[in-house]
Design a protein around this ligand. Structure first.
Ligand code: PMP
Length: 406
């Protein structure tokens, strides 16, 4: 049974800030006590490095740290040795792009992306175009950022070797039909790469079922600690891919003559001391989400979003950009008010939202503005908070909001 009031008691940030309405979950999520405990236990009971120590707590950390691969494997339905720890989805996407260029693609090959993508799924491809002659092309979207399969398939030609898309975009919340897109990409001999930053925390993502080749996501957006990302890749692809970072732990041997033998996947991608406590906390977060049930989370958030949009659509002073998307963040502006001023007004009422371009700087090509307010909900938010939010949003106007931002 999904009991939001019970869930809210798991989050010290909610308990300690009863008046705060936190609608900035697409930026980062709040953390439940079990995640805080997992991290604190590492600091207070078993601090050590991993893969290096010959003593009991080090062995315990090896067990906990590597054990999280199994938890993540269950979360996204893959094998534990297909789970690579990174520092965030940004690093995951950079490793994928760099690795593709290094090992799989050649000059003139094309990667398909869209204008609704976050910078971390745009800039790595921009760099490949500048430095390696691997080109990118845009898949058209509709005005709410959705890609339609007929338009998508038309983008394929002989040069297309990979597609890289967010499953749920971070501003418009457009949910792309990744499974169907993946089948089409594979039919044309292209790899399917997915930015799961806004999907994995909110819905069941099954990499096998959708036949995804590479997936990246960040723990901090799914109730986990900061500084941990996941890179999933099909094992045979990861085996063929070179690591972007070289350093400690990921090599089996190196010698004076410059030779170096790397460890196996996934450790070969994890150079240097990792965020051990963060990875352990990520395991606690993934277990927490799976205990509640991603299907329950998804259904609840969908209902909450619909409730939010229905109420906001009734306000004369508000322009909503993506009410028809059934999922993800909601973007709007208050008529005539600069987005940051409107966010400042909401902040003065103890409401946390984000304003600006949300790291999706090409998005203005789709919605005609690059300054919006983004409200992003998570499963611990409530209809009561939405009511309070809408009551404040209806008052945002030129007189009370301008210049309020601090
Ligand atoms: N992709 C998407 C779709 C995102 O929403 C975000 C975070 N806003 C990122 C990538 C980047 O995440 P991180 O900063 O954790 O690397």
């Amino acid at each position: 049974m999904f009991d939001v009031e019970k869930i809210r008691r798991d989050f010290p940030m909610i308990v300690n800030n009863p008046d705060l309405i936190y609608f900035d979950n697409a930026a980062t999520s709040l953390k439940p006590q079990c995640v805080i405990d997992a991290v604190t236990d590492y600091y207070t009971k078993h601090t050590s490095n991993v893969h290096r120590g010959d003593y009991a707590i080090a062995a315990e950390n090896d067990r906990l740290y590597d054990g999280v691969r199994k938890i993540i494997a269950k979360l996204i339905n893959c094998d534990p040795d297909e789970v690579v720890y990174t520092h965030n989805v940004t690093q995951s996407m950079n490793q994928i792009a760099w690795g593709l260029a290094h090992d799989f693609l050649k000059k003139g090959d094309v990667v398909l992306i869209s204008e609704a993508e976050h910078a971390s799924n745009v800039l790595p491809w921009f760099r490949l175009q500048q430095e390696a002659g691997i080109r990118f092309e845009y898949i058209p979207t509709d005005k709410e950022g959705r890609i339609h399969l007929e338009d998508y398939e038309k983008c394929f030609h002989e040069g297309v070797k990979a597609v890289s898309l967010a499953e749920v975009t971070n501003v418009l919340g457009s949910v792309q039909p990744i499974k169907e897109m993946s089948a089409i990409a594979h039919k044309h001999g292209a790899y399917m790469i997915v930015d799961g930053a806004q999907s994995v925390p909110h819905m069941k993502v099954d990499v096998r079922d959708a036949d995804i080749d590479f997936l990246g996501f960040s723990a901090h957006k799914m109730c986990g600690p900061g500084g941990v990302g996941i890179l999933y890749g099909k094992k045979e692809l990861l085996d063929r891919m070179s690591p972007m970072l070289m350093g400690g732990d990921m090599n089996a041997r190196f010698a004076n003559d410059g030779s170096c033998i790397l460890k196996e996947t996934p450790v070969k991608f994890e150079a240097g001391t990792p965020n051990i406590e963060g990875v352990i906390g990520t395991g606690a977060a993934a277990n927490y989400l799976m205990d509640i049930g991603l299907d329950h989370i998804h259904a609840y958030e969908k209902e909450l979003r619909a409730y939010f949009c229905e109420k906001m659509q009734k306000l004369d002073n508000i322009i909503l950009y993506n009410p028809d998307n059934e999922y993800g963040p909601i973007d709007f502006n208050a008529k005539g008010v600069f987005a940051q001023d409107a966010a400042g007004y909401l902040a003065s009422k103890n409401i946390a939202v984000r304003s600006g371009n949300h790291c999706a700087k090409l998005l203005h090509n789709i919605i005609g503005t690059d300054q919006t307010i983004r409200a992003s909900l998570y499963f611990y938010n409530t209809k009561d908070e939405v009511d309070r939010f809408v009551d404040e949003a209806k008052n945002i106007n030129l007189e009370n909001a301008v210049g309020i931002f601090f």
